[in-house]
Write a protein that binds this ligand. Structure first.
Ligand code: HEM
Length: 281
């Protein structure tokens, strides 16, 4: 079986290019104000991260996903997916365009400590995303409440389980803290870019994330399936429902706004890649 790799970030993205964009909350007809850029408090911003590439085998990939429009025509989610898939490696996906530079996930040697760091930082990111949609500073975000894809409570249960096993749960680290801060800021001043992260975080976890979870569980958890990788309803149904909402929200965006959202995909890979690398830390 061919192995494949996914190049993820080589460095934490710089905030230097952060753009303030006019935003329009078209679903409700409400216009958001531009917010001034704030100096970032993040600890990790600008820190060089270990250069590394994360990779995986294709052996246990989920079956080919339904397209956003059920195969008929293209919705905006198809566009977001196309851009994301190109950022995977060729080995990993036929749609990938990046070179493989690292051993596949199957050859990873994860540690419990590293995996806990990954779970803790992932929880911080999901807490942040789920708080943002609850607060719904931008009215669109309310569409994404209670989708069934939420991971924060599941991760809380998993961390509790690890604690019961006698493990010490670490504090969140730089990759998660800087991503959480970035998401908060983006959610207030750049909803199109925020939506890109929302899509990539939840959909990546439902695809490559699950495969990584299985591999790690095989190696260090005696195949225990964590709550992080379980959904309370049929996952493909939940994903389709969110695709429909994303398509609906984006249907009122201008081409420029759509392109701006798509351009954010690379940052999404960089931030999530930094968190994934914690598994091997
Ligand atoms: C080692 C890390 C990763 C692996 C092994 C991996 C692997 C995969 C695989 C196998 C798919 C399914 C392809 C298909 O539908 O045929 C996929 C889909 C996807 N991945 Fe990744 N991926 C990884 C990291 C990421 C990251 C960091 C992101 C962005 C934050 C990302 C975003 C996506 C998206 C948006 C999809 C489309 C999901 C869908 O069609 O519903 N992936 N990935």
């Amino acid at each position: 079986m061919a192995s494949s790799t996914l190049p993820l970030s080589q460095s934490t993205p710089s905030f230097g290019s952060f753009r303030i964009r006019p935003v329009s909350a078209s679903l409700s007809g409400v216009r958001l104000h531009r917010l001034p850029s704030r100096p970032r408090r993040g600890t990790a911003v600008g820190l060089p991260l270990r250069t590394m590439v994360i990779s995986a085998t294709t052996t246990e990939m989920p079956k080919k996903r339904q397209t956003a429009s059920g195969g008929r025509g293209r919705g905006f989610v198809d566009e977001m997916r196309t851009v994301a898939m190109k950022l995977h490696t060729r080995d990993q996906s036929k749609e990938g365009e990046k070179e493989s530079e690292a051993p596949p996930v199957a050859k990873w040697e994860p540690s419990i400590e590293g995996y806990l760091r990954f779970l803790v930082d992932s929880k911080l990111v999901y807490d942040t995303l789920e708080t943002i949609v609850q607060k719904a500073v931008c009215p669109w975000y309310a569409e994404f409440r209670n989708t069934g894809l939420e991971r924060s409570e599941k991760l809380a249960k998993d961390l509790e389980w690890f604690k019961d096993q006698g493990h010490t749960i670490p504090e969140p680290s730089a990759p998660g803290a800087s991503y959480a801060l970035y998401l908060e800021e983006l959610s207030e001043k750049d909803p199109q870019a925020f939506i890109c992260h929302f899509y990539n975080v939840y959909f990546a976890h439902s695809a490559g994330g699950r495969m990584i979870g299985r591999k790690v569980a095989e190696k260090i958890l005696d195949n225990k399936e964590l709550e992080f990788y379980k959904w309370d309803d049929d996952l493909s149904k939940l994903l389709q429902n969110v695709r429909d909402k994303l398509n609906s929200v984006a249907s009122s965006w201008s081409r420029e706004e759509k392109d701006h959202c798509l351009e954010e995909t690379e940052k999404s890979f960089k931030y999530s890649g930094a968190i994934l690398r914690l598994i091997l830390s």
